[in-house]
Design a protein around this ligand. Structure first.
Ligand SMILES: C[S@@+](CC[C@H](N)C(=O)[O-])C[C@H]1O[C@@H](n2cnc3c(N)ncnc32)[C@H](O)[C@@H]1O
Length: 268
């Protein structure tokens, strides 16, 4: 299956973050410009066979759970959670993606609320049993911005509530390796470029600049945000995803572990 190619110049805008520490990227990914993301990610094996199932396994039955999705984009994960009975609020910094999410909500009416926000601007009268983020935290351009994700989320969690995040694995080192639908290349400092492919590997359909934070940096950011780092987990595809795509597809990913699950808990 092929998707419309989004040229790099269309979604990477020059950005100099004066507050960023040395080693952060000077180019940020503009998610407002990545119109094809929703279409791409809906059939992406990594989201559907690896990331979302890992978060769901960690959460347990989401039925009746109040869940905050940090960096929800056009709402694929919120829809999956709400379809299983959760009450979901999602926010994202990209206004165009939230427009799309709201259009989807008009069609399916799952009761999901969406907001255009960042951790520094998000405000809600609600509290949540759990918060989730799937490949969002690594877009923080600095340690301070990383900590802001935790301090904001902590404010809206119930005591003992968990923040479950899929992140770029701090221990990952297989840069440049072919993971069929992804390739991750190291840039300057802690910046990395993640390319998204469909299964023909001919040319990346999307690309995004992220930052490769260490385990200690994530844990320090959580503590700075008032949360307790709880655990790290490797990610393995579901049996259904292995049956569908085969062992050979998943082997490099299982071996190199490009992603990890990081769980932080609000103090009780
Ligand atoms: C790789 S996409 C992941 C989207 C979604 N979580 C998923 O499951 O596919 C990263 C998302 O994080 C959002 N994002 C990045 N930095 C953000 C910030 N500081 N505040 C809110 N959203 C942010 C982007 O706009 C983008 O939609």
């Amino acid at each position: 299956m092929t998707w419309p190619i989004v040229g790099q110049h269309q979604f990477l805008r020059p950005f100099r973050d004066e507050t960023s520490s040395p080693g952060s990227a000077t180019v940020m990914t503009d998610w407002d410009k990545i119109d094809g993301y929703g279409l791409f990610i809906r059939t992406d094996p990594f989201r559907n066979g690896l990331h979302y199932p890992a978060v769901l396994a960690e959460l347990g039955d989401p039925n009746r759970m109040r869940i905050l999705d940090v960096g929800c984009n056009e709402g694929l994960f919120p829809r999956l959670l709400a379809a299983q009975g959760a009450s979901v609020v999602g926010y994202d910094a990209a206004p165009e993606r939230i427009v799309e999410a709201k259009q989807q909500e008009q069609t399916r009416r799952l009761g999901i609320q969406y907001h255009v926000a960042t951790p520094r601007t998000f405000a809600s009268a609600q509290t949540f049993d759990a918060a989730v983020s799937v490949m969002v935290l690594n877009y923080a351009p600095s340690i301070e911005d990383l900590a802001a994700f935790f301090s904001s989320t902590e404010r809206y969690l119930v005591p003992d509530g968990r923040f479950v995040s899929v992140v770029l694995n701090p221990a990952f080192s297989a840069f440049g390796e072919d993971f069929v639908v992804r390739r991750i290349n190291k840039l300057e400092g802690r910046a990395v470029r993640m390319e998204f492919f469909d299964d023909d590997m001919s040319a990346p359909k999307l690309a995004a600049i992220q930052h490769h934070y260490t385990r200690e940096e994530f844990e320090r950011a959580a503590v700075h945000g008032g949360m307790r780092p709880q655990t790290w987990k490797d990610l393995f595809a579901t049996a259904a995803a292995v049956a569908e795509l085969g062992e050979d597809f998943w082997r490099p990913c299982h071996r190199a572990q490009p992603y990890a699950l990081f769980i932080a808990r609000k103090q009780s």
